[in-house]
Design a protein around this ligand. Structure first.
Ligand code: ADP
Ligand code: MG
Length: 677
């Protein structure tokens, strides 16, 4: 019997290789395929030449006026040139790296080509040749990778659609479809993939957004129900006296905000209700010490505690600092990361299960199946937006309903936090430690690097240290990205009397450690790095952050990177190197130079993203939705939340047959992300 859960390999022409490629896009089953929606649409209505504006992507229609010529150069590279007669004007159309399109051009025949118009040259960079028999006004565009073509994916979706669409059932209750004038689930799938008109896509998208938000909010309601069923959390009896001692021994005085949030957290740990708290504080506001005190409190109350972070570098750094503070107090702390010898790992795991280790710090290595805790009572998740719901939950399941503190530098508005993270309490640090000077930010175009080098020279003379961040390393195919190694070589040449080092994600933990330590001990002056240093790294003596190809980063990510400097008492600088090509990108650079306020930046980031800016989606601190944008579509999100609430109030176990699909969706999701209990 056919089922939507059939493996994608059931489709004709899908062998092992394609199964693997599709898997990398997150498509495993027929259902995944049908719900793999396009991320944008192209307008395929033919325009006349004087309607088209410069650089616009559009369709032109003409008669082939010359034989197509293919010239090949380099490995896998080619150019196809063909002249078209369009409204009595001869237009050159050029396709890059699609030599097979040659067969589509026969002199004297009419063709329609989609591409990007160059107003000055009056030529078109062709992207595809349309099929004249299909009368289509809009075309869907999918996010694909280099192993699969748009056309191949589209053909598969068509095949899946034709063979399986009858099996699609309604996930939204009828009354909701009626109330909000949505389309049916089948119409939604048809309209998303194969719309005949712009109107059809719009209706499908509106429904798809609602559906996506609604199912998400049903998931939230479900979690809430389960939490309430479990009711009480741990009531921790920590030792306030030793905690005060620890605080009094710190090398600095806590800020008022730090003290305030520590009290909020400790109160919550003490109470018998379960803690699920989000700590927001801008980069450099001192969240680590807050976490450390809470971790210590848990240990004084007789529990184990865990701190999970997204990168090994950060785990290592936290481990060192926290050990330094807590080991004199007889707390046993361990580090658990991915790259350990079997023997080391075995020992560490054993120490956790026997309770010998009090506090463990690590990456997602903490949530592997064979890692068990004796009595995990408290969890901190640093840079929480880097983890998925499933990962957070898995860690939680390692204990008996442990209290949770999630930390982030990305300030999202409270209403949004609640709709996307469910019922979380919020603690906020607004002030930075005393004596911090705001980082000065400048934007340079890449033809002005001389100025950069002079500036760095000057800074190095004052014993400052410099971070240089590059977007990708040389394995990347993206030739227009300056890669880390090239920049590293370059810096080595220019600063031949200084110590320059390189750091990237492909290095082993040990290599990374050595370099970070050298940098910390000022044996390295300039550290060229990929974004592995993006979050959390704390080296107060570094005072210059140079970011190459800054326009490749989202605002929140730039702010995180900039936050690596300005952590000491020195004046620090952030230099953005970028040649932005469009308005939004220029605006982003401008905003960076104008404000240091993470909250303002986050708002701007979300606003700009609302204007179709896809950069920085991952860094926003929000869950990823495939169709809806929780900021620009906030009202839809809120409506979806209300409707989900109504359903769970009436039918908490989803026994009503109308809610069958919601239930099966949630059950499936739990299977993938791990059970709740
Ligand atoms: P973040 O909130 O970005 O995680 P960190 O916790 O890494 O920030 O703290 C940034 C730096 O500020 C660290 O070097 C830390 O030791 C220092 N710091 C934290 N709190 C204070 C304080 N109250 N006074 C002075 N320095 C502090
Ligand atoms: Mg931090």
């Amino acid at each position: 019997m056919k089922s939507l859960d059939d493996n994608i390999g059931m489709l004709k022409g899908v062998g092992d290789r394609k199964v693997a490629v599709l898997k990398s896009l997150g498509i495993n089953t027929i259902s995944d395929l049908l719900y793999y929606f396009p991320f944008r649409y192209e307008d395929l209505i033919v325009k006349s030449l004087d309607e088209i504006i410069d650089q616009e992507k559009t369709v032109i229609s003409g008669v082939v006026a010359s034989d197509p010529i293919v010239s090949r150069f380099g490995y896998k590279k080619s150019r196809l040139n063909v002249r078209l007669l369009v409204e009595n004007e001869s237009v050159m159309v050029t396709f890059f790296n699609q030599p097979w399109l040659k067969d589509k051009f026969t002199t004297g025949q009419e063709v329609q080509v989609y591409g990007k118009w160059d107003q000055i040259r009056r030529s078109l960079t062709g992207m595809k040749v349309l099929n004249l028999n299909e009368d289509q006004d809009v075309d869907s565009v999918y996010s694909v990778n280099k192993n699969i073509r748009q056309s191949t994916l589209k053909a598969l979706i068509k095949q899946g659609f034709d063979e399986y669409i009858e099996l699609i059932e309604e996930s939204l209750p009828d009354n909701i479809i009626e109330k909000y004038k949505l389309v049916t689930e089948r119409e939604l799938i048809k309209g998303m993939h194969f719309p005949d008109s712009v109107e059809e896509t719009e209706n499908a998208r509106r429904t798809a957004k609602f559906r996506e938000f609604f199912l998400f909010e049903c998931g939230m309601q479900n979690i809430k129900n389960i939490d309430q069923a479990k009711k009480s959390g741990i009531s921790l009896k920590y030792d306030q006296k030793i905690i005060n001692e620890l605080i009094s021994q710190l090398p600095f005085e806590l800020t008022n905000d730090q003290t305030k949030v520590i009290n909020e957290i400790l109160d919550n740990m003490k109470s018998s209700s379960h803690m699920n708290r989000l700590l927001q504080g801008d980069v450099g506001s001192g969240k680590t010490i807050v976490a450390t005190i809470a971790l210590f409190a848990a240990v004084t109350g007789g529990y184990q505690a865990a701190l999970m972070v997204p990168t090994e570098i950060l785990a290592e750094q936290h481990f060192e600092k926290i050990s330094q503070m807590l080991e004199p107090l007889n707390v046993s702390i361990d580090l658990l990361v991915g790259s350990l010898t079997l023997k080391q790992r075995k020992q560490k795991i054993e120490d956790l299960s026997t309770g010998k280790t009090n506090i463990v710090i690590g990456t997602h290595a903490l949530i592997q199946a064979d890692v068990n805790y004796k009595n995990l009572g408290f969890i901190v998740i640093d840079e929480q937006h880097r983890f998925g719901v499933g990962q957070r939950r898995t860690l939680r399941q390692k204990g008996k309903n442990p209290d949770i503190l999630a930390m982030t530098a990305t300030p999202i508005p409270r209403t949004l936090a609640i709709t996307t993270y469910g019922d979380m309490s919020l603690s906020v640090i607004k002030e930075l430690p005393k004596g911090r000077l705001p980082v000065e930010t400048y934007w340079l175009r890449s033809n002005k690097l001389d100025q950069l080098y002079k500036f760095i020279d000057k800074e190095l003379k004052t014993d400052s240290q410099v971070f240089v961040v590059t977007p990708l390393i040389s394995e990347s195919e993206n030739i227009d990205l300056k890669n880390a190694e090239e920049i590293f070589d370059n810096f080595q040449k220019i600063y031949s009397n200084k110590k320059v080092a390189i750091l990237h994600g492909k290095m082993t933990t040990q290599e990374k450690d050595t370099i970070m330590n050298d940098f910390k001990n000022q044996q390295v002056d300039i550290l060229v790095s990929t974004t592995v240093i993006e979050v959390g790294v704390d080296i107060p003596n570094a005072s210059v952050m140079v970011i190459f190809d800054a326009n490749r980063f989202g605002l929140s990510q730039l702010h995180q990177l900039r936050g690596r400097v300005g952590r000491g008492s020195k004046q620090s600088y952030c230099i953005l190197i970028a040649d932005p090509k469009n308005e939004v990108a220029i605006e982003r650079m401008r905003i960076m130079t104008e404000t240091n306020d993470g909250f303002v930046l986050a708002q701007k980031d979300l606003e700009l993203r609302g204007q179709g800016d896809l950069l920085g989606n991952q860094q926003s601190g929000l869950p990823n939705f495939s169709v809806g944008n929780p900021v620009t579509d906030f009202n839809v999100l809120q409506t979806a939340q209300q409707e989900a609430q109504v359903i769970f109030e009436m039918d908490p176990n989803l026994d009503n047959p109308d809610h069958k699909m919601i239930k099966s969706y949630l059950l499936k999701k739990m299977q993938i992300e791990g059970n709740f209990d």
